[in-house]
Design a protein around this ligand. Structure first.
Ligand code: WT7
Length: 641
């Protein structure tokens, strides 16, 4: 059995590691638990630059926490200015590569100037630390520049992934009540233009609160510019100074809100603040990615997800890393694009998702084998459980059995990695995220909150607050309390099932709520259902995730139709496109099944559990589910109620 194999770290890796050997990890962990104030206080002082020191390391009034109370700090300053006084000033911050093959190389000094200039633009237009900005951009350097310019002035930002539709963008602008939108004409994905400005225009029809739209030119295609509202980034920057001091902000000043799917149809804005978040992102770069000054690091995620926030922007820049930033798809122009990039920039650390790995496996070993991957020394995985077969392929074909793999468990809410190996310490077990990082106290419990025995499955909870944890849900502290802190009172409820083995290793098993994980992206069943029922033909919809070889889970929708005659084949395609338009292409159902009725409890609740069973075990087969099948299921469901 692959999952029973243990891979101890290579002695050469241990010798050079930031944390060398299990004893060093255990000592660090023990200290973080026994004297947390001292532990985090010392790190914050050593690893971050402060304008003013805090009075308390943390204040915990469950479920609300404050870290580095009274401290004054700026994330943009920590990511840029503080490096300029060091040997890192002319170090490359980003090697950027566009999908069509265009390149830019940006040093810390240059990035600092770009950010400062753009911050001056925002300042001149009257935006302040009381404002909120929506950022809807492709993976170009101006995306981190926009984020860091906001952070410089204390403007809270919310990045909306470029794959989201106009509709999804609209709900986020409205929920945040943003006055400023920063976007681009478009971006490149699979050799086609993703027309972001068009989508933004569509969304903005229903967002009267937006005063300004700043548009970055990327593709050069023609876009509509609304006079008085829209301006070109490059025109606003003409003649603007690149000197813009970073504003000293409270450690608890909001840095960003990132929307993620919950168990209702309404996405929640996960709020992160400044000091604690930055410390979490910075420390995990060093602990988990074993970052060294000379490393070239590449996180292949999109900045629109939390992985990109913490491990493309804030973590790597705060730690002074050199990163690769790639705009496009892994198969464009061919399936060796990633390996070309790895050999071209001599990438040492690569961080990606199991879905990407499985898609690459399907294309065959010949693609990576054509390129020199000898620069790689560490591999990372995130977003979903990695199956041991994918782990083994990643280890052998990409890492040439030389590179440790860090399987990193965390969430949008946790801000930074909480459970993961330290690559110079932890013996690896394929498929296990291994052990908690310093300060993190996870436990596997039953529904009463009591720990379950080793080897038994239960709910994963976190017993203590940590610096980079979310502070609240934007505009809805009640939902924050209910969703995360009331299931197991006093503990943070992750929504994941897990098992801890007899050696203490954590194995994450997947979500226990109505949240799907498609290609490592979180999607709520109810969000897709709400989209489907907006279609005039749809009476009711029930959505579940079904196992998928590549994407982990795929969206499967059961739909009942309103009176009328419908062409099912045609309608299925139409509904798929409809969901893509409502949410984004990544949410498009893999399968639509038409049903005469949906299984419900007597109180009218759709029994998704039964539907999950049907799509997983194929109890009911065929493209069009028949009335008979569902009468059976419905009867069964009613009996159980
Ligand atoms: C959910 C969080 C964290 C960045 C990307 C996703 C699942 C995440 C792992 C892992 C098993 C994982 C969990 C978690 N997940 N990493 N290494 N092993 N499962 O962020 O969209 O907030 O989703 O992703 O189910 O709850 P997210």
């Amino acid at each position: 059995m692959l999952e029973d194999r243990v891979y101890p770290p290579h002695p050469d890796f241990v010798a050079r590691a930031n944390v060398s050997g299990m004893e060093a990890y255990q000592a660090l962990y023990r200290r973080s638990i026994e004297t947390p104030e001292e532990f985090w206080g010392e790190l914050a002082e050593k690893e971050l630059a402060w304008f003013e020191k805090w009075s308390h390391v943390f204040e915990w009034h469950p479920p609300f926490v404050k870290w580095f109370v009274g401290g004054k700090i700026n994330a943009s300053y920590n990511c840029l200015d503080r490096h300029l006084a060091t040997h890192r000033a002319d170090k490359v911050a980003f090697y950027w590569e566009g999908e069509p093959g265009d390149e830019r190389r940006i040093t810390y000094r240059e990035l600092h100037a770009m950010v400062s200039r753009f911050a001056n633009v925002l300042k001149a237009r009257g935006f302040t630390s009381a404002d909120r900005a929506i950022i809807y951009m492709p993976m170009i350097p101006e995306l981190p520049v926009a984020m860091l310019a906001c952070a410089r002035l204390g403007i809270m930002h919310s990045v909306v992934f470029g794959g989201f539709s106009a509709e999804a963008l609209k709900t986020r602008i409205q929920d945040l009540d943003a006055r400023l939108v920063i976007t681009a004409d478009g971006g490149w994905r699979r050799a086609r233009e993703v027309r972001l400005k068009d989508a933004a225009d569509e969304a903005l029809k229903d967002c009267p609160g937006v005063r300004e739209v700043i548009v970055c030119r990327r593709t050069g295609s023609s876009v509509n510019m609304q006079p008085g509202r829209d301006s070109w980034w490059h025109e606003l920057e003409e003649g603007v100074s690149a000197d813009c001091p970073a504003l000293p902000l409270d450690a608890e000043h909001p840095l960003f809100a990132l929307y993620t799917s919950g168990t209702t149809g309404k996405p929640k804005g996960i709020l992160h603040t400044t000091g604690g978040y930055l410390l979490g992102a910075t420390m995990t770069m060093k602990w988990v990615f074993d970052l060294k000054d000379e490393d070239v690091y590449w996180c292949a995620a999109d900045i629109g997800w939390v992985t990109g926030h913490s491990y493309i922007v804030y973590g790597p820049l705060s730690a002074g890393a050199t990163s690769v930033l790639y705009e496009g798809a892994p198969d464009t122009p061919a399936w060796d694009r990633w390996w070309r990039i790895v050999s071209k920039y001599r990438v040492n650390i690569l961080y990606t998702s199991p879905t990407a790995i499985r898609a690459l496996i399907r294309q065959g070993e010949e693609w990576p084998n054509r390129h020199d991957l000898s620069s790689l020394r560490l591999l990372g995985s995130v977003g979903e459980p990695i199956n041991p077969a994918a782990w083994e392929w990643y280890y052998r074909v990409i890492g040439k059995e030389r590179c440790p793999i860090v399987d990193t468990w965390w969430q949008t809410e946790t801000g930074s990695i909480l459970i993961a190996p330290m690559p110079g310490a932890t013996p690896l077990k394929p498929g296990s995220a291994t052990f908690p990082l310093p300060g993190v106290v996870p436990e596997v419990v039953d529904f009463t909150g009591r720990p379950v025995e080793a080897g038994k499955e239960g709910y994963l909870v976190i017993r203590r607050p940590w610096p980079s944890m979310m502070r609240t849900i934007w505009g809805d502290p009640k939902r924050y309390e209910e969703q995360y802190w009331s299931r197991v009172p006093g503990s943070y409820f992750t929504g994941d099932a897990a098992r801890r083995d007899v050696d203490g290793y954590f194995w994450i098993l997947g979500r226990v709520d109505d949240v799907m994980n498609v290609s490592g992206h979180r999607l709520s069943t109810m969000e897709v259902e709400s989209a489907l029922v907006k279609h005039p033909a749809v009476a009711e919809a029930a959505v579940v995730g079904r196992p998928d070889e590549i994407t982990g889970q795929a969206v499967c929708a059961f739909v009942t139709l309103k009176q009328g005659t419908w062409d099912h084949d045609h309608l299925a395609d139409e509904l798929r496109e409809f969901v893509a338009r409502e949410i984004g292409k990544f949410a498009r159902p893999a399968e639509i099944r038409f049903a005469e009725a949906l299984p419900k409890t007597r109180s009218g609740k759709i029994m998704r559990r039964l539907l999950r069973e049907i799509v997983t075990t194929h109890t009911v087969t065929g493209d069009v589910t028949t009335l008979e099948d569902f009468t059976v299921v419905t009867r069964l469901a009613a009996e159980e109620d």
